[in-house]
Structure formats: structure tokens, C-alpha cells
Design a protein around this ligand. Structure first.
Ligand code: NAP
Length: 489
């Protein structure tokens, strides 16, 4: 790969529709426009439409109007629209990856990986659309029949975060469309461009007007609040912080909306003394550095058996220290900027707190001077119990390492968090592996591997990481209601 030129960047930005997509029409926002920034330079890339509460209501009107016809559309047709969109995304990977890097900052190679991952949700759910089924049973007393059918939930509001600009959208849009639901999509204001392109691709793939409506807005609460309290909405699927998730749940309680909540994480990465240390370090690098550490699944703290802790921390520091930091469009860059100054300040404060309480920075520990929101990959050894970053989601390229004495202590430390999204375990002992996996309080576990995300598997958390599952056979169930019919024979 060679460094990308400014005209190439401009071409990709010019191709993005910058308006609201409502009822199959592209239209201006009633509140004017809002800027989308390049986190590697701090400069504005483009302006996109800024939706008012009225625009959001028009989007829901369109979703409600399109609902009955879309629910009747043959599943095969629904699936084929998704499949065509998948093919287009894959064909246009280079362009879409550049767009993603410009708005979110991660290196092109990682954006390409997200394009593949994000597109796969459309292919997976194109295949699931034709597998929605029900049950037929004889009542226990033999008198009647019990018929169970699945039907689309109805109009859905889908709110997504900035960290995976495409995949967090396709993980919801894919199953909603496959199930026969109509949608209003609200991407994060920092990274709306990938989903605007997706809306255009779905339009070109034959998605009927009103099935997907997309609004971009400078005020998420002003635009989506009235939709959440509108009795025509049936479901809210949210990916983002636990703090906002709690607020939305409260609002959604008025309407008793169906909810899916994909919230924050604080993943432990446990390495036992019987693990292959080099293998664990390779996995740690993926679990920590994917998406510049800005992933809900990012390993947030490394619990390593005491005899191996020093060696593990040193090897990880060597790898992290050799990563090339820079703008994601530049050749060979492996670590991009953080999303904004606020995020960088949060990461800095967490590292300063840990170092102030006695942790040792083996590598990194500093923000970079100059334009953009860069922070050096950091490994902290001897992290004391009271350090804030053991409790809080770091969302940056920082790896705190802490030793443990035995299995019970490792499990207690891993579970000592309000979050429960994912955990990683490295061990070569099968009995221990299963014992530990069963005791971990998380929705997912990476066993001897540093990544769990897979469109064919149910992604999701427990505890304060939320509920509901995205991907796998479970993913479409979030968009289906069960209707039972008592049949008198
Ligand atoms: P966020 O601040 O909670 O925002 C997420 C989305 O919610 C954005 O679209 C945001 O809009 C919108 N929003 C914010 N306040 C709102 C309100 N009062 N009403 C309606 N919508 C509102 O989270 P983020 O900083 O973008 O994302 C990072 C967080 O997401 C991390 O905690 C991470 O762990 C979590 N995450 C979880 C998963 C998972 O699957 N569990 C996956 C990815 C990320 P604006 O852009 O306008 O603020």
C-alpha cells in the first residue's frame, strides 16, 4: 500500500451523500449542517445535514408508512437486497475503507477488516431471512393445536456509536431488514459517513423507500427523544456507553419498547502460567490494539500468573513500542489517533492516575504533540489495586498488567467489575479452560484467542454491558415477535 493522495481522499468524500435519507428521498436538514472532523488532523472533512426533531418525526412517519408492505415482502426478496448490498460493499472495499479511516482515524488495513466484518452481517442475515419459522404442536390434552409464528417487531430506532462506523450499523440493519422491520437509523455524529454510504448502497440494491431512513444530528437527544416516546415505535436497539444506555432504557420504559442494549465493557485478559507466553502476547496485541484500543471488546486489564507477569509485560511492551503511530492513510501506520481530545484527555488521566499510584510505564505513557489526537501505545506494569483504569473502560492503546497468585484470585479479579461483555483466557490446560470459562461473568469469552467478533456468533453482554445479541441465529430474534395461536380442532 502507498500513502493516499489528497485528490483520492476528496473523490471519496465527494461521493458521500450528505443529506438526510427519509422515505427514499435525500433532503436537507432543518437545522442546517454539522461538521465531520478528521481525528488525525482536527480539520473538518465535510458538513452533513443536521436533523431537527421534526425531521426525525418525518423519518419515523416514513418507516411507519412502509411497514405493512415491507412485512409482506417475500423473505427471499428481502434477503437478496441484503446480498446485493454485501456484494457492492465488497467490490468497493478500497473506497469505503478510505472513507472510514478519514472519519474514524484507524489505519486503512483495519478499516478494510471492518468493511469485511460489517458487510458479512448483511450476507449472514440475507441467509437468515429465509429461515424464520414457527412451531406446530398438539396440546397436551390432545384437544387442540398450538401454532407459534414469528412476525416482524415493527418500526425500529437504531442508534450507533462512532468506534465501528459501518459494522455497528450493519449488525442492526441486517437483521431488521431480514426480519421485515422498517427502521430509523441515527449514527454517531463523529462518524456518519460510512452509514450514509451504506444507505446509498442499499437504495441502489433495491431497498424500497421508507424501509431504511437515516438521520444525522448535532443533538441526539433532541432528534431521537420524541421518537422514543412516539407510540408508533416498537423497538430501540442501541450500541454505545452504559451511561447513555441507562438513560435510554428509562425513556423507553414509557412505551415499553423492545430493547437491545450493547453497552460498555471492561474486558479482563487472563494468562495462566501454563500458557504459551508468545502466543498470549500475540493475542493480547489483537485484543488491545484492534481499533486503536477503542473497542467495547478491547482487553482493558491483563491479569497474568505471577511467575509469567514480568516476562509477559516486557514482551508486550516491546511489541507495542514498535508499532508505527500516524494518520491512518499513511503507508505502514499501525496505530491511528483517538477519536477526539476529550477521549485523549480521559486516557491521559487514567494513565497518570495509575502511575501516580505506583504503576511503571514500560513503554509510552504520553500524548503526542502536534495536530490530531494521538496517544502512544502504553504498557503499565505493577498496576496497583486502586488504579482507576482497572475499573473504567480505557478506550485507548493502554495495557495495564497485574499479577495473580492462583486461579481463584484470577477469576475474582476478572469478575470484579460492573461490566460483563467479554473475557479472554490463555491456558493450555483443557480442564482449567472449561472451569474458568464457566465461572466468568461475561456474555462472551475468547479462549486462547484475542478476538471474538464474528457475524455468525451471538455478540453481546451481561451485567452493565447490556442485553440482547447481535449476529448468529440469535441476532434476528431481536427483531421478531412471537405470536401464539390456539387452534380449536
Ligand atoms: P455514546 O456516547 O453512548 O453514544 C452512542 C450513540 O448514542 C451516538 O449515536 C450518540 O449520538 C447517541 N446518544 C448519545 N446521547 C444520547 C441521548 N441522550 N439520546 C439518544 N442518543 C444518544 O457512546 P460512544 O462514545 O459513541 O461509543 C463508545 C461506547 O460504546 C463505549 O462505551 C463502548 O464500549 C460502547 N460500545 C459497545 C459495543 C457493544 O457491542 N457492546 C460496541 C461498540 C461500542 P452523538 O454522536 O450525537 O453523541
Amino acid at each position: 500500500m502507498s500513502t493516499i493522495t489528497a485528490p483520492e481522499e476528496q473523490r471519496v468524500l465527494d461521493a458521500v451523500p450528505k443529506q438526510l435519507y427519509i422515505g427514499g428521498e435525500w433532503r436537507e436538514g432543518s437545522k442546517g449542517t454539522l461538521p465531520v472532523e478528521d481525528p488525525a488532523t482536527g480539520e473538518t472533512l465535510v458538513e452533513v445535514a443536521d436533523a431537527s426533531a421534526g425531521d426525525a418525526k418525518s423519518a419515523l412517519d416514513a418507516a411507519v408508512e412502509a411497514g405493512p408492505e415491507w412485512a409482506q415482502c417475500p423473505p427471499r426478496e428481502r434477503g437478496e437486497i441484503l446480498r446485493r448490498a454485501f456484494d457492492t460493499i465488497i467490490e468497493r472495499t478500497d473506497e469505503l475503507a478510505l472513507l472510514m479511516t478519514l472519519e474514524m482515524g484507524k489505519p486503512i488495513k483495519e478499516s478494510k477488516a471492518e468493511i469485511a466484518y460489517g458487510a458479512e452481517f448483511l450476507r449472514w442475515f440475507s441467509e437468515q431471512a429465509v429461515r424464520i419459522d414457527g412451531r406446530y404442536a398438539v396440546a397436551p390434552n390432545g384437544q387442540g393445536r398450538l401454532l407459534t409464528m414469528k412476525q416482524p417487531v415493527g418500526p425500529c430506532l437504531l442508534i450507533t456509536p462512532w468506534n465501528f462506523p459501518l459494522a455497528m450499523g450493519t449488525r442492526k440493519i441486517g437483521p431488521a431488514v431480514a426480519a421485515g422491520c422498517t427502521t430509523v437509523v441515527k449514527p454517531a455524529q463523529q462518524t456518519p459517513l460510512s452509514l450514509l454510504m451504506l444507505a446509498k448502497i442499499l437504495e441502489e440494491s433495491g431497498l424500497p423507500k421508507g424501509v431504511l431512513n437515516l438521520i444525522t444530528a448535532s443533538s441526539a437527544s433532541e432528534s431521537t427523544g420524541p421518537l422514543i416516546s412516539d407510540p408508533r415505535l416498537r423497538k430501540l436497539s442501541f450500541t454505545g456507553s452504559t451511561e447513555v444506555g441507562r438513560k435510554l432504557m428509562e425513556q423507553a420504559s414509557q412505551n415499553l419498547l423492545r430493547l437491545s442494549m450493547e453497552l460498555g465493557g471492561n474486558a479482563p485478559f487472563i494468562v495462566f502460567e501454563d500458557a504459551d507466553v508468545d502466543d498470549a502476547v500475540r493475542g493480547a496485541l489483537i485484543a488491545k490494539m484492534r481499533n486503536v484500543g477503542e473497542a467495547c471488546t478491547a482487553a482493558n486489564r491483563f491479569h497474568v500468573a505471577e511467575p509469567a507477569a514480568e516476562q509477559f509485560a516486557e514482551k508486550l511492551a516491546e511489541k507495542m513500542g514498535s508499532l508505527k503511530v500516524g494518520r491512518g492513510t499513511e503507508d505502514g501506520v499501525e496505530v491511528g489517533p483517538l477519536i477526539n481530545e476529550e477521549q485523549r484527555e480521559k486516557v491521559s488521566a487514567l494513565v497518570d492516575d495509575a502511575v501516580g499510584k505506583g504503576a511503571r510505564a514500560l513503554v509510552g505513557g504520553h500524548a503526542r504533540d502536534g495536530a490530531g489526537y494521538f496517544y502512544d501505545p502504553t504498557v503499565l506494569a505493577d498496576v496497583p489495586e486502586g488504579a482507576e483504569l482497572l475499573r473504567e473502560e480505557i478506550f485507548g492503546p493502554v495495557a495495564p498488567v497485574k499479577g495473580f497468585a492462583d486461579e481463584d484470585e484470577a477469576i475474582a479479579a476478572a469478575n470484579d467489575t460492573e461490566f460483563g461483555l467479554v473475557a479472554y483466557v490463555y491456558t493450555s490446560n483443557l480442564k482449567r479452560a472449561l472451569r474458568v470459562v464457566e465461572r466468568l461473568e461475561t456474555g462472551m469469552v475468547g479462549l486462547n484467542q484475542g478476538m471474538v467478533s464474528n457475524p455468525a456468533a451471538p455478540f453481546g453482554g451481561i451485567k452493565q454491558s447490556g442485553f440482547g445479541r447481535e449476529g448468529g441465529p440469535e441476532g434476528i430474534e431481536e427483531y421478531l415477535e412471537t405470536k401464539y395461536v390456539a387452534v380449536n380442532l
